[in-house]
Design a protein around this ligand. Structure first.
Ligand SMILES: [Zn+2]
Length: 213
C-alpha cells in the first residue's frame, strides 16, 4: 500500500512528493527543496519514518521541480530518472536558475532515461510511466492503477492546466496528453499535481475550463 507525503517548496509553491510503502523503501519525486530549511524538512521526514530512498524521479526538468535534485542524489546516492526528451530543459536549467535567482542550483547527471510504459519499482510497489508532453517536451506522469493515484507534475491541475507559454511548450500536445492519457483513466483516479491541491479525473473531465472531457 503506497502512502504519499506532500511537501510544498520554493517560491513557486512546487509540490514535492515522497511515496513509500510498508517495506519503508521510497521514491522522491520532483524535489524542489532549495534552502537549508526545506532540505531539512525533507530529510527529517525520511529519518522520522525510517525510510530508505531508492530512486529520484522527475516528472519534468523545469527549475522549480529540480532545485533539490543534486542534494537528494548526493545525500542518498540514488539514481536519477528523467525522460530523454526533457534533456533540453535540464540543459537550460543553469540559465533559468540564474534568471529566477537560484544561485545555488547544481546540475545533476541523469542515470536512467524513462519511456512510456516503463515500470518504476520501490519496495513492493510499482509506478507506471505515462508520456504526457506539452508543458515540457519530455514530461511524464507516474500512475499506480490499483490505488488509483497519479503523480501528475504540471499537466493537469484542479480547474487548470500546465502553462504552455514557455520555450518548448505546445498547447496542442498538452491537450492531446490530457485527452488521451489522463481523461482515459478511471474517474476516481486522484491526480497529485506539481502545484496546488489534488483533484480527480472525473471532476476535471466535467469542469476543467481549458480541456473538456
Ligand atoms: Zn513545469
Amino acid at each position: 500500500m503506497i502512502q504519499i507525503k506532500i511537501f510544498t517548496f520554493n517560491p513557486f509553491n512546487e509540490n514535492t512528493y515522497i511515496l513509500f510503502d510498508e517495506t519503508n523503501e521510497c521514491v522522491i519525486i520532483d524535489p524542489g527543496c532549495h534552502n537549508y530549511e526545506e532540505r531539512k524538512e525533507l530529510t527529517d521526514f525520511i529519518e522520522a519514518k525510517e525510510l530508505k530512498p531508492v530512486k529520484l524521479l522527475n516528472t519534468h526538468a523545469h527549475i522549480d521541480h529540480i532545485l533539490g535534485n543534486a542534494f537528494v542524489k548526493r545525500k542518498y546516492e540514488i539514481p536519477y530518472f528523467l525522460h530523454k526528451k526533457d534533456m533540453p530543459i535540464l540543459e537550460s536549467a543553469p540559465n533559468r536558475a540564474a534568471h529566477w535567482g537560484f544561485p545555488a542550483y547544481e546540475h545533476t547527471d541523469v542515470d536512467v532515461f524513462m519511456e512510456e510504459g516503463d515500470k518504476i519499482s520501490f519496495g513492493e510497489s510499482e509506478l507506471e510511466v505515462l508520456f504526457t508532453p506539452g508543458h515540457a517536451p519530455g514530461h511524464v506522469v507516474f500512475l499506480n492503477r490499483e490505488q488509483k493515484i497519479c503523480i501528475g507534475g504540471d499537466v493537469l491541475f484542479k480547474g487548470s492546466i500546465g502553462r504552455t507559454d514557455f520555450p518548448l511548450c505546445s498547447f496542442e500536445e498538452l491537450e492531446q496528453s490530457i485527452k488521451t492519457k489522463l481523461y482515459t483513466l478511471d474517474d476516481d483516479v486522484i491526480v497529485f499535481p506539481g502545484h496546488g491541491t489534488f483533484t480527480k479525473i472525473g471532476i476535471e473531465k466535467l469542469t476543467n475550463p481549458f480541456v473538456k472531457g
